[in-house]
Design a protein around this ligand. Structure first.
Ligand SMILES: O=C1CCCN[C@@H]1CCCn1cnc2cc(F)c(Cl)cc2c1=O
Ligand SMILES: [Mg+2]
Length: 510
């Protein structure tokens, strides 16, 4: 049995790598490090997400475009202030064939610099607003940090939305609409709970005005993870790229437009794997599972005559066809030469939400026997009720998976009002919500104060624990807890004299 050998609890990084490989989501692109192959199982999930999100943004009036994947140093120059920090991530093409390119071009790491010169050209009058374009594409960022499938890759699939509006209010309204769609991808499709909030000045996209975010939580290591971001860019980019309209209220006056940009990537798949997977492999939420119910004929012993066997298999086939017609994505595993046990393991590894066994006993009792992948719970369903009970059971699995993850996140998101409680909380795999002044310097100090020093008590270097990672701000939750009195409650950072501005969620993070 080629099952998972690493334990999720005791060797999470190894477990994750094994699961994404053995469940056939991913193949490592060994030619060049940091790149991964998305196999059909991954692309099925990505396409469910894409269809769902695409329908939502079309309703908003967002249109699709496709811009070139290369950008020039010249247009990059326009956003040089915030790009310099990213410069090491830029991949450059310097030659074509054996000839050097006159001017090297960069592979897009994101498309502002590619798109906005044309926004400037296309947007003349307020009647051209709102302009709302989205791209489904891939981008390249030559990450220096260790890469890992879905979570940090040098090329990844995403969508990037780029919109322009007449006023800050109109832009702001869209920022939140998109953020709710991102939350929907996680909560409705992936059964993953997220906290909605705003990034602090230290964590926001530096080129923007403000960043809103959906933040996830990984119970296995207690770390927060950024799920997707919806930025208001303010007028920063329309000033850099001269995107203006004539003021409808005042002839001759020009207004820089207000812009947003928003992105969600294949990282979402990694988050789903980490939260729901177990030591048997993937556990897929039914709404994004290519196969929702797998029929496995059982009890076909040597005692059965060829006719009996054929008759039984015909019956299973009819059941599977019936369920498919009822709208359940079903399949049937009739592979010769594999035992039912082997098949059970294989489909558990692939995360199929519901296994349906059907043997001669089931036939005589007019039932199907099922096993839930998320809880392992087994049961029977009368064949007469199959087409209503199985869809209902799949919806229950979806809801139960979400509720379990939501309870885990809620139980590990703790409000803290005493600084000395912070590190013990982090070490107990929690993220914390603390009164914060939200200032950048304070945040840097908090990161420093919570970075564990290597364990000086031991003399042998290998024994010295690796210093524990400091905590950083994850978001300022829109949903603020009680108890912070403006002008009275102090910032929790013991070395900060400021008063607290808001509750801020902090944690070790990806
Ligand atoms: O996050 C999103 C959503 C979708 C559209 N874009 C924004 C901002 C992207 C920030 N960002 C992120 N990474 C970058 C990497 C780079 F190499 C360069 Cl040159 C720029 C950036 C950069 O601007
Ligand atoms: Mg980055």
């Amino acid at each position: 049995i080629i099952g998972i050998t690493a334990s999720k609890e005791h060797d999470f990084p190894q477990w994750y790598q094994e699961v994404v490989l053995k469940s056939e989501l991913i193949e490592y692109y060994t030619e060049i490090s940091g790149f991964f192959i998305l196999r059909p199982a991954s692309m099925y999930i990505w396409n469910v997400i894409r269809k769902w999100f695409q329908a939502k943004i079309e309703e908003l009036g967002v249109e699709e475009a496709s811009f070139p994947m290369f950008l020039s140093a010249k247009s990059l120059e326009k956003e040089k202030d915030h790009v310099e920090g990213f410069a090491p991530e830029l991949a450059w093409v310097t030659k074509a064939g054996d000839k050097d390119l006159e001017v090297p071009v960069a592979v897009r790491p994101t498309s502002e610099a590619v798109m906005y010169p044309y926004y400037s050209k296309w947007i003349r009058s307020h009647r051209d607003l709102p302009l709302r374009l989205n791209q489904w594409n891939s981008v390249v960022r030559w990450e220096a940090k260790q890469t890992t499938p879905f979570l940090r890759a040098r090329e990844f699939l995403w969508q990037e939305g780029h919109t322009a509006h007449l006023t800050e209010e109109l832009a702001g309204e869209e920022v939140l609409q998109i953020l709710e769609f991102y939350a929907g991808v996680y909560e409705e499709l992936l059964a993953v709970p997220v906290v909605r909030g705003k990034k602090t000045e230290a964590e926001k996209f530096a080129g923007g005005y403000y960043t809103t975010t959906v933040e996830g939580y990984i119970p296995s290591n207690g770390r927060g993870i950024q799920g997707a971001t919806s930025h208001c860019l303010g007028q920063n980019f329309s000033k850099m790229f001269d995107i203006t309209v004539e003021d409808p209220a005042e002839k001759g006056k020009h207004i820089n437009v207000w812009q947003n940009s928003w992105g969600l990537s294949t990282r979402v798949i990694g988050v789903m794997v980490m939260i729901h997977g177990d030591d048997k492999g993937l556990v897929l939420p039914p709404r994004i599972s290519k196969i929702q119910a797998i029929f496995i004929p059982v009890g076909l012993t040597a005692k059965m005559t060829a006719e009996e066997k054929a008759a039984h298999l015909k019956r299973v086939d009819e059941l599977y066809e019936t369920l498919k017609k009822a709208g359940v994505r079903s399949d049937i595993d009739t592979r010769e030469g594999y035992t039912p046990a082997w098949k059970f393991n294989d489909w558990e590894l692939k995360g199929v939400p519901l296994r349906i066994e059907f043997g001669p006993k089931d036939a005589s009792n007019e039932v199907i026997s099922y096993a839930r992948r998320d809880t392992g719970e087994k049961g029977t369903i009368p064949i007469a009720q199959m087409t209503t009970e199985v869809p209902a059971l799949l919806e229950k699995i979806q809801a139960d998976m979400y509720n379990k993850a939501e309870a885990a996140f809620r139980a590990h998101r703790i409000k803290i009002t005493k600084w000395e409680d912070v590190t013990p909380a982090l070490d107990a795999k929690n993220v914390v919500i603390i009164p914060s002044c939200l200032q950048m310097a304070c945040e840097d100090k908090i990161k420093e104060l919570t970075t564990g020093r290597a364990d000086e008590s031991t003399d042998t270097p290998e024994a010295a624990k690796a210093p524990s990672m400091g905590m950083k701000s994850l978001c300022i939750p829109f949903e603020q807890p009680e108890g912070l009195v403006k002008g009275e409650t102090k910032c929790l950072n013991p070395e900060c004299q400021n008063l607290a501005e808001s509750w801020c969620m902090y944690g070790r993070s990806y």
